[in-house]
Design a protein around this ligand. Sequence first.
Ligand SMILES: [Zn+2]
Length: 454
Amino acid sequence: MRLLSGALGATVLLLSACQRIGAPAGPVPLPATTPDAAPAPASLSAREGAIRDYVRAHHHDDVTLLEKAVNISSGSQNTAGVRRVGDLFTQELTALGFTVRWAEMPASMRRAGHLVAERRGTKGARLLLIGHLDTVFEGEGQRFVREDTIARGAGTSDMKGGDVAMIAALRALNATGALEGSQIIVVMTGDEESAGSPLELARKDLIDAARRSDIALAFEGGRAARASISRRGSSGWTLNVTGRQAHSAGVFTNGYGAVYEMARILDTFRRELAGDPTLTFNPGVVAGGTTVQRDSSGTALVAAGKTNIISPTAVVQGDLRFLRESQKDSTRARMRAIVAQHLPGTEAEITFRDSYPAMPPTTAGAELLARFDAVSRALGYGPVEGDPPESRGAGDVSFVAPYLTGMDGLGVSGRGSHSPDESVNLNSLIMAGERAAVLMDRLINGPVLERPRP
Ligand SMILES: [Zn+2]
């Protein structure tokens, strides 16, 4: 998330993709250092116990890998750095029997591309594991610094820590024979924090992988007692308003001008459409006057005018977040209808732009969460509940939601993501590795999950 102040003092709030919103301010609760000494013996099979022990025994290796990854700067714009983090994880995945390729993006996108790794097999659920290689932080200077069980640095929790948890889980599964015959695709995107454009191309490899998978597990920031099986989609809108320019003395007789029409539209949106907690529409930037200019980034609007002139132009840029595509469509229709009821002497038009699709709640998702909850309890980490969908921003898992059953939040716990004070609780790396590994083992080798929705 970045804050930009526009020329008019208008403030632009940019939510980068994995930003969690609605999370409690202040410290995020961290998981217990280690699970209760002896989880009920009956709850883990012998192999699952071996998987857990392997993750614990290799914690030092995982921290070393995380340190290497964090010390390669990889802001989304740093294509060489993102690629180098990809190379680091490629070595790990190749050693685990994955065939790894690099999905290049066109130079005009100015993004590094993605790591795509695959193990082919036919046993159990076909898994898609999602991570990302880039960080919000651009530049050098946020290197890995360990203080006891806390490590600071760019990407420690968002989400190089999650990537390492994924690799730790795969290593443990490989070492115990649990990967035999499995079909797994790993996609680590290089531009999650600032997705490349056009989005259809930037997410094509991820979506292609989803079409060949049954279940997606995403390793964004995790909390001990929460996972995410439903998230809202997001989209953007632009409102362009025009009015007849004239002397201000005639504002209620010669036409209301663009600013009053803009105000009418925004206030009617709020009065008529607000109230459903799963639906929000936020006017992020407004500008109105005699002229309005946009900068090349599209994030700054510059207005000029005089108080004695009825404003001929106004522009609003906003977002729209929704839990279902049908809800998105019906809301857009109502917004268009409100826009069309012009005040005298004004015109207005609203346009919409798709961004992240919705990941609505499903019964298959609830079953996947129940499996994860059982795994967490069996490992001694306690119950896991679903995040309220409105509490999370959009993430890469949203792009695959239309094709399979997904769950996010399998990663590590930390503080200060998207800030210079980012850190990770290294004990959560053990928790995340153990829980992901045992869950994957059950999905590959256990009873088949109810067939996901088409
Ligand atoms: Zn992230």
